[in-house]
Design a protein around this ligand. Structure first.
Ligand SMILES: NC(=O)c1ccc[n+]([C@@H]2O[C@H](COP(=O)([O-])OP(=O)(O)OC[C@H]3O[C@@H](n4cnc5c(N)ncnc54)[C@H](O)[C@@H]3O)[C@@H](O)[C@H]2O)c1
Length: 342
């Protein structure tokens, strides 16, 4: 069995990816420091796959700890690196926390991968690198714009660090996956998103409002130049996103990559407005959502959705699940989390 390290594997996207990796027969070892997740996620992964992944509780900022991990697991063939801090607002207030957590951890892992005879590396990047793109849909060739936040900057710098390293380490092959907006939960409702505190993202805010944890959803601006005036994003079901990681990893392990460093957009190719997401939620849940239109929020991008041709053609990957599927699973997950004291 091919052993894969998944950092941040107990988090939202990481846990769904561990499920898909195990379903495809990979042996998974997770590193997570539980700073934004719970060890209970292991039970959910086990319930779905019938297999408990190896788990090492480790803060990847601990350089000696990372070295010791790779000394113990020298048979790791690939790494999917999810572990990072991801709250944009917090990153503005605490930039050094973000640069330390998102950059030093990446460097420590790459230093270890450099020592291996060969290694495949998948990096969690983001469409935030494009900022407000000049052309829609956004292709991988769209220019990387000045980052709007320290968080966004860590993704840009992270990509540059990997690219520079791949240039001089021929045994290292890497893919940066630029996610659009991951939402939803596994259909089994065994794993999902577990935001700590007030959710930063639209969908958990919607489900928490519907369940009574938040009073109402604020829709920031309805006077944007879009069909209904609200901002547009490309919402991708987390299970579709997870499957793309397994395909990207296989591409590297089987040597199908065209260069040692590649980037792919992961989105559906379809933009949905905030009000369309609210309507989808109301349709699948049968509930009416309490929301109000408020002023625009500073720094919001008007519209962003992916050109998926490269991922479709090169990776042979396409999203299968719809916005309604994602909203339905997110709502089932919210009810489970609230009523079963997850
Ligand atoms: N969710 C999104 O909307 C989105 C969009 C684009 C990119 N991304 C990126 O995808 C990745 C995963 O995102 P997510 O939504 O699953 O986040 P998440 O917070 O649910 O998962 C990240 C996991 O990493 C762990 N972690 C953080 N710092 C660590 C450290 N120093 N050592 C060990 N473990 C650590 C956390 O405990 C958590 O379990 C992140 O890199 C994020 O920036 C997320």
């Amino acid at each position: 069995m091919v052993k894969i390290l998944v950092t941040g594997g107990l988090g939202f996207i990481g846990s769904h990816t561990v499920v898909e990796l195990q379903n495809e027969g990979y042996e998974v070892v997770i590193i997570d420091d539980l700073s934004n997740s719970s060890e209970k996620v292991l039970d959910g992964i086990t319930a779905i796959t019938g297999k408990t992944p190896l788990f090492e509780k480790l803060d990847l900022k601990d350089k000696a700890g990372v070295e010791a991990f790779f000394a113990k697991h020298s048979d790791v063939k690939g790494v999917i690196h999810f572990a990072a801090s991801k709250a944009v607002g917090e990153s503005v207030k605490e930039p050094l926390l973000y640069y330390e957590n998102n950059i030093s951890t990446l460097v420590y892992i790459l230093k270890e991968l450099k020592k291996l005879p060969s290694a495949a590396f998948i990096f969690s990047s983001s469409c935030t690198v494009y900022g407000q793109a000049d052309e829609l849909p956004i292709t991988e060739n769209a220019p990387v714009k000045q980052a709007e936040s320290p968080y966004g900057n860590t993704k840009q710098i992270g990509e540059e660090i990997i690219q520079d390293t791949c240039k001089v380490v021929p045994t290292l092959k890497a893919i940066a996956l630029r996610y659009f907006n991951p939402i939803g939960a596994h259909e089994s409702v065994e794993i999902g998103e577990l935001p700590i505190g007030v959710p930063q993202n639209l969908v958990p805010f919607i489900t928490q409002t519907a369940i009574g944890l938040r009073q109402e959803l604020s829709v920031f601006g309805d006077d944007y130049p879009t069909p209904d005036g609200t901002c547009i994003r490309d919402y991708i079901h987390v299970v579709d996103l997870a499957k793309a990681h397994v395909i990207a990893l296989g591409r590297l392990l089987q040597g199908k990559n065209k260069s040692n460093y590649e980037t792919f957009n992961l989105g559906t190719g379809k933009g949905s407005s905030v009000l369309e997401v609210v309507k989808s939620f109301e349709k699948v849940s049968g509930k009416s959502l309490n929301y109000k239109i408020v002023d625009r929020r500073e720094g919001d991008i008007i519209s962003a959705y992916a050109d998926t041709n490269k991922a479709n053609d090169e990776l042979g990957w396409k999203t299968k699940l719809s916005l309604d599927d994602a909203m339905s699973s997110a709502w089932k997950w919210e009810q489970k989390v609230r009523f079963n004291e997850y």
